[in-house]
Design a protein around this ligand. Sequence first.
Ligand SMILES: Nc1nc2c(ncn2[C@@H]2O[C@H](COP(=O)(O)OP(=O)(O)OP(=O)(O)O)[C@@H](O)[C@H]2O)c(=O)[nH]1
Ligand SMILES: [Mg+2]
Length: 602
Amino acid sequence: MQNIRNIAIIAHVDHGKTTLVDKILNFTNEVNDKKEESAELILDNIDLERERGITIVSKNVAVRYKDVKINIIDTPGHADFGGEVERVLKMADGVILLVDAFEGPMPQTRFVTQKALALGLKPIVVVNKVDKENCRPEEVYESVFELFFNLDATEEQLDFPVLYGSSKQGWMGKDWTKPSTDFSGLLDAILEHIPSAPYYEGTLQMQVTSLDYSSFVGRIAIGRVARGIVKEGQPVSLMKKDGKVVKSRVKELYTFQGLGKIKVQEVKSGDICAIVGIEGFEIGDTIADYDHPEQLEVIHIDEPTMNMLFTINNSPFFGKEGKFVTSRHLHDRLHKEMEKNLALKVVPTDSPDSFLVYGRGILHLSVLIETMRREGYELQVGQPQVIIKEIDGVKNEPMEVLVVDVPAEVSGKVIELVTQRKGELLVMESKGEMQHLEFEIPSRGIIGLRNNILTATGGEAVMAHRFKAYEPWKGPISGRMAGVLVSMEKGQTTAYSIDKLQDRGRFFVDPGVEIYEGQIVGEHIRDNDLVVNLVKGKQLTNMRASGSDDGIRIAPAVKFSLEESMEYIQADEYIEVTPKNIRLRKIYLTENERKVNAKKFV
Ligand SMILES: Nc1nc2c(ncn2[C@@H]2O[C@H](COP(=O)(O)OP(=O)(O)OP(=O)(O)O)[C@@H](O)[C@H]2O)c(=O)[nH]1
Ligand SMILES: [Mg+2]
């Protein structure tokens, strides 16, 4: 008799899911007093996840505790990857809902809780980060209870067990004021409250709920065996969403162990496994019996909410900093990405040099662009556009719930900024020493908002948002308030010329940098664009070390991250992305061309 628990860890972004999973892996390794043996590790780790400290794709791990195998699924908390969470919940019988002991439930907490409750999963609530100063674990527990209640949890679900603790310090227990020393409290709660994964007899049924990718074997199908047994070498039927049935064969079979996978001969229903060798599968397909296939209910995948134009780099600096620069390169890379990046769609345009790339939000798209730039690609991207839909003849746009926590004295500024962008204030209450604000706002209005709110609040605001629904168009929202400073010359910037223009705005480039005509070199203090010459200089000043000319003090250049750039540019502008630089530019480089084409962008 197999003894298995399948559990997903869900939470708002940064509430500590991955830290918890990491520490549980450590802890159970110690308990079992042996290191991973003979585990074939084919689990890939993504550089960007490490650097940015966010989870981008969900991961399966498994631990052994008191002779029970616990499959744990770590999920991403950022709203852009919410669709992923919804899918992988299908592999679980229960969830650990993690909530930050200061922040309490946030928009993504609500979303993932709602999905878990609707699937009838058994919840265990963990109030995490009780080591933080100013934390308020009891209040947070109360608000989680309230959240469950508002989401129509059943009596049984409302009776959830709760643990308090600190993933970082490595403990969870019943009383937050009396730290325990390890995770046994939590693991015992899993054994006690999460039902054992049942074995169902019958012909094979397994739904592909996520996928892994290896450069050696290609795409690997991951899912929970719902019925019967799957065996290595077994011929199977792959049942597609559209009803087509394709004959295939299980080449290799793995289950999860620790951080890796181990090769096995067979997997019984109830366990989660990875299958190599199934050609052409998609998420939601059923792997079923060869002769008598029966399909499981198809999973729907979240529609993209945003698109961006990806085009080859045609700036005057084209080809100087990257290895892959042609439209062929761009085309092939984007199509390869679609194999593993489920929520991504690539659509050709009238021009062979450009593609419309559809994704789930700024972060989702920026992760792709950042990855490409590190691989050596040069490309340009346009302003992100939200996807407008016609519903019953009415123009609809995506609306989001926006939550902002700010110190009370600056909350007025935040409300003003959000309201200017057609946001509507729905909730305002105090939370510790902070003011908690909830709005409903068009997705369009959120693009570019973060920068403004952080500036207006001296960096104190904490913001989170997530998609709510499509609703009728809310009318025009003004774009960027400020105009930009555009270079009229190609050449090297001089301290002299930057200094002379300092009262016109703030600059994005330092002295001594190569720029081109049409490049955006700064932000104007007025709302119109201004063409400036940054390359002229007195002969003498040119010769001296940049920035050190007598009597010249230049404010440091403002450097935008890729995401900030994506939120900053307007419809008539591009971001030029190369392995070495992120530059902003006008699509039309000369002032004359811009005048002629101005009408295209209104
Ligand atoms: N003080 C404190 N910090 C913690 C604790 N647990 C996690 N953190 C910190 O919180 C941050 C986010 O932790 P992660 O484990 O990456 O959070 P996550 O929920 O996996 O985040 P996403 O995957 O991006 O949704 C990190 O800086 C952790 O070190 C805790 O118990 N106490
Ligand atoms: Mg994580």
